[in-house]
Design a protein around this ligand. Structure first.
Ligand code: PRX
Length: 658
């Protein structure tokens, strides 16, 4: 490998002490695993599956391709995910071990042991059963970051109910769509969510969602009392979590399910239409969450792991609710935001809890970097971060400057950074360094996880030479992969296995492999999906939200533009029904539209820029020229050919900031 020539920003080899003790120790060990997977793919994954998961009934075969691309893994094996995450450790004499160190927004710390987590999970599982929730039923979870959130997910897994967690930042409309899409029989929520000192009335949002209609499948709403705030109450439907659980025993026989039983749905944005319900399995998913947890973070018994993601996203599923618990780890969980009471909160928490593995998003690093540069009092060097040994990054590309800062100032120059590329659909890490093996290059997610056949191809599915960009695909199915889109198998096939790609999984990202090392660099989405602060949003979703404001909006087009902190920012180009507004009026209408989008989708989808024009740039055949709009949004000079443009004058208008 010619690494030095690939590393204009420097090259970081694993610290020898870390490498020596690592689960995957050194590049030779990495290559050996890759070779094993190549030589006997089924046998390789079977070995891992037996190592990291305890099966009730052993499986006889790893991969069933008979209905490709609807792949099955370990299909005749049975297990229970919650038994694997909880009972297994208690029965092994590790019940007193701390499972979760929970820190509230205000700083109160609560510890829960594996034994307690099991008891709480069983009580809720019994309560769900008492309310008639059965194997295969769907339960929507709309909870803040809380031990209750993990308990709710585990309780569903215990009784074979399929959960669908909805992030607290989604609006009543989005929540309604997800409840309706899943056909949920129950919603589990809280009176309020508290983040950065601000209260968000989750129960009231659930009430609003249910009142919007289409949710007749919901029989019960279970409410966790987080703050004690007054909430409207429908006695026919609403029940307090503590009342429901108080009358239940703290043991509950798990429901043994087949490996392919749907553990959860998680809605995520695609390039067209409504968000899609990504369906994950029980067996393959748990195998993949557990082995990636173990190898990518080199998890050991004495580690204190902290993933800062919300349980409403896939990262919070695989690396809070399932991966760490499957391995019996101790983890920190945080209710609040990185900037409250000040932007030193994360560093203070690492110090307070002796965190050894810290996993966060580039957008967080960038904003804390800025804050630390502005105020030395909250700089990471003011805290004792010596407990850290491994850092991680997820959700979007990490720019080399942020990487270097993270490495030097948070990791003290001694902690490898695992830049993990993966997706809601992949269930776990796909391309990532292994901290005791892979030499690091800032800005590159390096090499595929052992057993993952990632490749860069052209539009016909042919490999492109290293050094040349192309489409990122995965050539073979893997245990943690999406099984289908809930209720829409054809969309699954069309979105992820387009015929021209010869059966390869289409990730939706562009990538380039370095000519010397073969290291991957992700170049961003190749479809109309945006990544704002690591939140995935479809441009079409936001456009539909805007044009649904029929009183004001005639037409809208949404694109992303680069943003220093959030990675991408949402830029909306709008044609109003009335005349093009100017000055104060433009500002007011822009705000109205932002709030409208927040109401339709959620605050995370609010456009940062709103620009008004008399029209949108279109070709003579009437197609909106999105590439042109991307240049305008980014403030770039127009280099594209605009000779086919119907109305070039509007470009001037759309370039004007409000
Ligand atoms: O574009 C890639 C980007 O995030 C997308 C997946 O988003 P989501 O399903 O919400 O899952 C995010 C958490 C796993 C990808 O298609 N992405 C994720 N991680 C990285 C990344 N882009 C570059 N580098 C990464 N490490």
């Amino acid at each position: 490998m010619d690494l030095a020539s690939f590393a204009p920003h420097g090259l970081y080899v694993p610290p020898p002490v870390l490498e020596a003790a690592a689960h995957v120790s050194g590049m030779a060990a990495y290559r050996k695993l890759v070779a094993q997977a190549q030589a006997d793919y089924g046998g390789y994954w079977a070995g891992i599956a037996r190592d990291v998961v305890a099966w009730r009934t052993p499986f006889s075969k790893s991969l069933d391709e008979s209905e490709a691309p609807f792949y099955k893994w370990f299909a005749d094996g049975t297990l229970n995910v919650s038994w694997n995450c909880l009972d297994r450790h208690v029965q092994a004499g590790r019940g007193a071990r701390t499972a979760i160190v929970f820190e509230s927004d205000a700083g109160t710390v609560t510890r829960v042991s594996y034994r307690d987590l099991l008891a709480r999970t069983c009580r809720l599982a019994n309560a769900l059963k008492a309310r008639g929730v059965r194997r295969g039923d769907r339960v929507v979870i709309y909870l803040p970051m809380s031990i209750e959130g993990v308990v709710a997910m585990q309780a569903c897994a215990r009784i074979g109910a399929t959960h669908s967690v909805v992030f607290g930042g989604f609006s009543a409309h989005s929540l309604r769509d997800r409840i309706e899409g899943a056909g949920a029989v129950m919603v589990i929520t809280a009176d309020e969510q508290v983040r950065g000192g601000r209260h968000l009335p989750l129960k009231a949002i659930v009430d609003e969602a249910l009142a919007l209609g289409g949710c007749d499948s919901v029989r019960d709403v279970i409410v966790y009392r987080r703050t004690g705030a007054a909430v409207a109450w429908n006695p026919a439907r609403d029940r307090w979590l503590h009342d429901e659980c108080a009358v239940q025993p703290d043991s509950c026989e798990p429901e043994w399910v087949g490996a392919e039983h749907p553990l959860f749905l998680l809605y995520t944005s695609g390039s067209t239409g409504k968000p899609k319900g990504v369906q994950h399995s029980s067996g393959g998913y748990l195998v993949f969450a557990a082995v990636t947890m173990k190898w990518t973070f080199d998890l050991k018994d004495d580690d204190v792991f902290w993933c800062t993601a919300d349980i409403g996203w896939i990262t919070g599923h695989s690396y809070i609710a399932y991966g760490p618990l499957a391995l019996g780890a101790t983890q920190v969980m945080f209710e609040g935001v990185p900037t409250y009471p000040d932007a030193g909160r994360f560093w203070q928490m690492i110090q307070r809890h002796g965190v050894t593995i810290f996993y966060t998003a580039p957008t967080v690093i960038r904003s804390l970097l800025k804050a630390a540069e502005a105020d030395a009092a909250i700089h990471p060097d003011r805290y004792d971060l010596a407990s850290l040994r491994i850092l991680g990054s997820v959700g979007e590309p990490i720019n080399p400057a942020a990487w270097e800062w993270y490495h030097r100032n948070v990791g003290g120059g001694r902690c490898p950074i695992v830049d993990t590329f993966w997706q809601t659909e992949t269930g776990g890490h796909m391309i990532t360094p292994l901290p005791g093996a892979t030499p690091l290059v800032p800005g590159s997610c390096t090499l595929p996880f052992p057993g993952i056949e990632a490749a860069v191809v052209d539009e016909a599915g042919n490999d492109v030479p290293n050094g040349q960009g192309g489409i990122l695909v995965v050539k073979k199915p893997w245990p943690g992969m999406i099984r289908t889109i809930w209720g829409d198998p054809e969309r699954y096939r069309a979105s992820y296995f387009p015929p021209e790609l010869r059966g390869f999984y289409l990730a939706g990202d562009g990538a380039i492999r370095d000519a010397g090392t073969g290291y991957f660099t992700i170049t961003g989405r190749i479809d109309d999906v945006l990544n704002v602060s690591g939140h995935r949003l479809g441009t079409m979703e936001i456009e539909s939200a805007l044009v649904s404001c029929t009183e004001l909006v005639a037409e809208a087009a949404v694109v992303g533009r680069p943003d220093d902190t959030t990675g991408e920012a949402i830029c909306a180009f709008v044609v109003l029904k009335g005349s093009r507004p100017m000055g104060e009026e433009a500002r007011q209408i822009a705000n109205t539209l932002r709030n409208w989008v927040a109401r339709e989708i959620g605050p995370i989808a609010k456009p940062k820029d709103v620009r008004f024009g008399d029209n949108l740039p279109k070709t003579r055949s009437g197609k909106i020229m999105r590439r042109l709009l991307r240049s305008v949004a980014a403030g770039q000079a127009i280099t594209q050919d605009i000779s086919t443009l119907e109305n070039p004058a509007v470009l001037q208008q759309l370039a004007e900031k409000i």
